[in-house]
Design a protein around this ligand. Sequence first.
Ligand SMILES: CC(=O)SCCNC(=O)CCNC(=O)[C@H](O)C(C)(C)COP(=O)(O)OP(=O)(O)OC[C@H]1O[C@@H](n2cnc3c(N)ncnc32)[C@H](O)[C@@H]1OP(=O)(O)O
Ligand SMILES: O=C([O-])CC(=O)C(=O)O
Length: 374
Amino acid sequence: MTQSSKGLEGIIAAQTGISYIDGEHGRLLYRGLDINVLAEHSTFEETTSLLWYGKLPNHKQYESFRRKMIENRLVPNEIIALLLLLPKKTTVMGVLRTAVSALAPFDPETGDNSLDANVNKSIRLTAAMPTIVAAWERIRNGLWPVTPSTELDHAANFLYMLTGKEPDPAAARVLDQCLILHADHGLNASTFAARITASTLSNLHSAITSAIGTLRGPLHGGANEQVMRMLLEIGDVDRVDHYMRGALAARKKIMGFGHRVYKADDPRAAWLRSLAEELAETTGNQRWYLMSERIREIVQSERSLPVNVDFYSAPVYYTLGIPIDLFTPIFAISRVAGWTAHVYEQYADNRLIRPESEYVGPVDVPYLLLDQRP
Ligand SMILES: CC(=O)SCCNC(=O)CCNC(=O)[C@H](O)C(C)(C)COP(=O)(O)OP(=O)(O)OC[C@H]1O[C@@H](n2cnc3c(N)ncnc32)[C@H](O)[C@@H]1OP(=O)(O)O
Ligand SMILES: O=C([O-])CC(=O)C(=O)O
């Protein structure tokens, strides 16, 4: 009866009006708008508003949305107390998953699954996630969390909360563009996880908790951290050729390459590449950008694999001075915009997501009593 497809490749499991991916030509649109235009002109706040409400906000709507995000940056003291209790070795994605889950009962509209309540919850969650990540970064370094700014934009405020110093506007704009570029991407694994959870009519916080756990893996959002670890392991541009030829000969997976949907290069990677190049020039630290360039040349001449979003985000974040294990949490801080939009879409036309499995195990196995077993 039903078609079986490992990894659900080629299966259409939902209809969406949120993002459109043309994998053959390397195009990505959010609500019909080209990602290149958004990366150039938009902000993360505006893009989030676009994803949730379906169209770009006018001036008044934009200001009101931005203010609401700012007003919801603080997290309850109990969440900071929870972070203080976690073992310092907890992964940052683990901290984020735990804190997002723990936020549910503190939400003033917990238990209300209406669209209005869910949009309010999404604003609170999207505003709070950078605060959680930055607070953890401070706590694990023996520092007290920085109170969020009541003026700075979302990206700038995140950098401010990491260090307590107002960031360079150019660095904040680079991060803002990264957040725009990561905000949504069709039915990727973490979004699918969020939609599966929502399809049981579970709540928004549960769906986002599922998504964070799914994003973390190295085949998905966790790849950006692995790319940076590979760059550090190689160490210098003149060691790239030897390392890559060995890795390709050993048929190792090269993080930041390959994609289920893109056959051409990921359009987000082109942006991230130019941001990496720009940062290399402005900081005078060319090493990570030049190494990335050489890796891409080798991988693409030896294997025709597209470069994906996780590849150049690694040198960008590293050159911005961001600790490596915050790279995937930054992805989550952005992708929550898309996850929540997909949760609304799922609730609006819900049917339980329940594919089938093909049983390949034994049948009618006799039950042996404990003392009869070999
Ligand atoms: C935000 C994101 O999630 S973007 C993706 C981030 N993940 C990564 O960068 C991890 C590295 N990439 C990969 O593991 C894969 O390309 C995935 C998981 C992204 C896509 O996986 P799939 O669509 O299942 O493709 P699959 O893994 O079957 O690869 C197909 C072929 O290309 C090869 N291939 C795919 N990606 C890579 C890679 N990064 N390095 C080396 N070979 C690769 C596979 O080995 C396989 O070769 P084979 O047919 O000879 O066995
Ligand atoms: O779409 C995917 O499978 C992975 C991806 O690029 C993303 O989530 O941004």
